[in-house]
Design a binder for this molecule. Structure first.
Ligand SMILES: [Mg+2]
Length: 400
């Protein structure tokens, strides 16, 4: 009988004192197991990668100020180790034409790591140093981030811990909002009502119509079904010019919105800071930051009152946590962008965690996609990120 079984037996018989002293034994028992697993982790080597390109047509296109998305290309990565432990990660690459180049890059990067110790930071450093002369950018950066994330998943599985515990924190509830990917009032109303019924703590609207009055109509449609005090964020997906952003956002300052997201071109650093300084509602940036250093510049210039880094774009787990640590120094609350199930672990380990975003576009690939629990997102307590592929759905969407 294991320590845990003994303790449960005592608890069942109402012997509190015995159960309490056995708790110590259980802790030793668990410590011994986790110690064994951790020392095993030190010897685990990367074997090879399984890389699968997926594309599925969206039942309803995603409408944003940055364009309409009709199909969703995704790369799935399984990192196999010589200990039989498999780490997983995935990334949406937006353009179907990037699927094959991503597969080719991941295959080559996998060959470079064959036989290396399972160590996310060292593996990441090796790949980044190899690409120093060209720079780790675009699809190459996505591929490197995917590998780092899968390595963290495998390492946490080897230690028998959820990723958040490996990062030093227990799973905890983070307020969860639903992104309403529509830009017509009737559809916004329908999806907002659905989000409310499903128990989300907030919603995010996609704005950025050429005619500002249409943006106001969408906010009114959402307010009509969610009520005056329900948290609403708005995302312009970089659709506005700087003067138009200042004019439009100022006219929305009295609407009690949680944040204005990416009002102008993400590359226009000065323009972003001008907009943030001109409005009272917090401005949130981060999904298009491609390194912690880029995020730090925006935080220092005051362009971002709130941040929401994207796990893949920022460069993986370590880069996300580094950005979150800098945000803490700046006193800036941190939310996540997309990758809900994975981000739950990083937010749990982020002292200034604010909101988690729920986008449902990846959920068909997972056996147990995230769901709001009392309006919140809670990281899985299974080892690793706690995700499993929905092989049936994947089989139907795989690109050959
Ligand atoms: Mg956004």
């Amino acid at each position: 009988m294991s320590g845990i079984d003994l303790m449960h037996a005592c608890q069942a018989r109402g012997s509190l004192a015995t159960a309490t002293s056995l708790h110590t034994i259980v802790r030793h028992d668990e410590f011994a197991k986790s110690h064994l697993m951790t020392s095993m982790a030190a010897d685990i080597k990367v074997r090879d990668f399984r890389i699968r390109p997926i594309e599925f047509k969206l039942e309803r296109p995603i409408d944003t100020g940055g364009g309409v998305i009709r199909s969703w290309p995704v790369i799935l990565l399984d990192l196999h180790t010589d200990a039989g432990i498999v780490g997983v990660s995935f990334a949406g690459c937006f353009l179907p034409m990037l699927l094959n180049p991503m597969v080719a890059m991941l295959e080559s990067l996998g060959e470079m790591l064959h036989g290396d110790t399972l160590s996310p930071k060292e593996m990441d450093a090796k790949l980044r140093s190899m690409a120093r002369l060209i720079g780790v950018q675009g699809p190459l950066a996505m591929a490197v981030a995917m590998i780092e994330i899968a390595a963290w998943d495998a390492l946490a599985k080897a230690a028998g811990l959820p990723v958040c515990r490996l990062l030093g924190s227990a799973p905890r509830p983070i307020p969860l909002y639903k992104t309403v990917s529509a830009m017509l009032p009737q559809r916004v109303e329908e999806l907002s009502r659905q989000a409310l019924e499903r128990g989300y703590a907030g919603i995010k609207l996609k704005l950025g119509h050429a005619d500002a009055r249409l943006d106001f109509d969408l906010i009114e449609a959402a307010r009509g079904c969610c009520g005056a005090d329900f948290p609403i964020m708005v995302d312009f997906n970089q659709a506005l010019s700087v003067p138009e952003a200042i004019r439009r956002l100022r006219s929305m300052d009295e609407l009690g919105l949680q944040w204005f997201e990416e009002p102008v071109d993400a590359m226009n650093h000065t323009g972003q800071a001008r907009v943030a300084h001109a409005v009272r509602t917090p401005v949130s940036l981060g999904e298009n930051w491609h390194s912690p250093a880029e995020g730090e510049q925006h935080m220092r210039s005051g362009a971002a009152d709130l941040i929401m880094p994207d796990l893949i774009a920022i460069g993986g787990v370590s880069a996300w946590m580094q950005t979150a640590a800098m945000a803490e120094l700046h006193g800036i609350p941190v939310s996540s962008h997309s990758y809900t199930e994975l981000s739950a672990h990083l937010l749990a380990a982020t002292p200034m965690a604010h909101w988690a975003e729920h986008v449902s576009v990846f959920e068909r690939l997972l056996l147990e996609p995230a769901r709001p629990v009392g309006g919140a997102l809670i990281a899985s307590d299974r080892p690793g990120f706690g995700i499993e592929w929905n092989e049936d759905a994947i089989r139907h969407s795989q690109v050959n």
